[in-house]
Design a binder for this molecule. Sequence first.
Ligand code: SER
Length: 314
Amino acid sequence: MKKKDTILVIGAAGQIGTDLVLALRKKHGTENVIAADINIPSKQITENGLFVQLDVLDKTKVENTVKTHKVTQVYLLAALLSATAEKKPDFAWKLNMVSLFTILNLAKNKLIEKVFWPSSIAVFGPNAPKQNCNQYAVTDPQTVYGISKLAGERWCEYYNKNYNVDVRSLRYPGLISYKSDPGGGTTDYAVHIYHEALKNKHYDCYLSENTALPMMYMEDAINATLQIMDTDSKNIKIRSSYNLSGISFTPKQVFESIKLHIPNFTINYKPDERQKIADSWPASINDSNAREDWGWNEAFDLKKMSSEMLKRLK
Ligand code: SER
């Protein structure tokens, strides 16, 4: 029988980390999932399992944590997202790349067996198709974040091909969760809009009303993550990062879907610097490779997600 995995989630206080740690603990047992972050995560994470305060740029501490706890799998979620990275390009590049090399090298040196690292739809740029953007469309990212994700993808594939590192990755779209706030991305509005609808019955949106972007409900994203990490290695034919698609919608469409529940909800559109980033990304993604290779399928459409978000946030 295979021994139990010990899982380390770096970036456990972030938007994906919060949901992922809870899901992994449910699946693998609380004692087998260690949460790590430079910031203190929410109580639901620190009170029901091990938490290690960790700066991912501190290579020695990362390595010691892996060794001390005999970690077999790492989910590396620490990163600066698109909007924040534009304000701190040097630091974003350093954080997003150094952390990845640290983990890939630990895997290359056989200290860990399996790595999950998130990429993003931000690897695409203005010359990729707007609609149904395919896996191998041209990647000409216009943001520091997108450049770091694209470079990271190439390194993941390189470490797999040359050093046999079992690294798996998804190009997440904008993610929407009720458990945690998003952390400085261009797609954050799609979370804030639900909070504001309930609290103030009004939302000032920083993207224009018809800006369609690829999005996904967090439960779907977590399921995709667990699924790609679970599947047999031979099914993972793409070792850079898989396109992953859930829903595509505009601010206006999400507004309308909330209005069905809160009829007096109002919205204003005041595009800011994030509009330029959104305009450089595809509006929808073709993820047929993920569907064919390891059976991905989403469960949430916009209507279902809006009902769920409003119910949970209440
Ligand atoms: N949600 C991310 C962002 O907006 C995209 O990967 O930066």
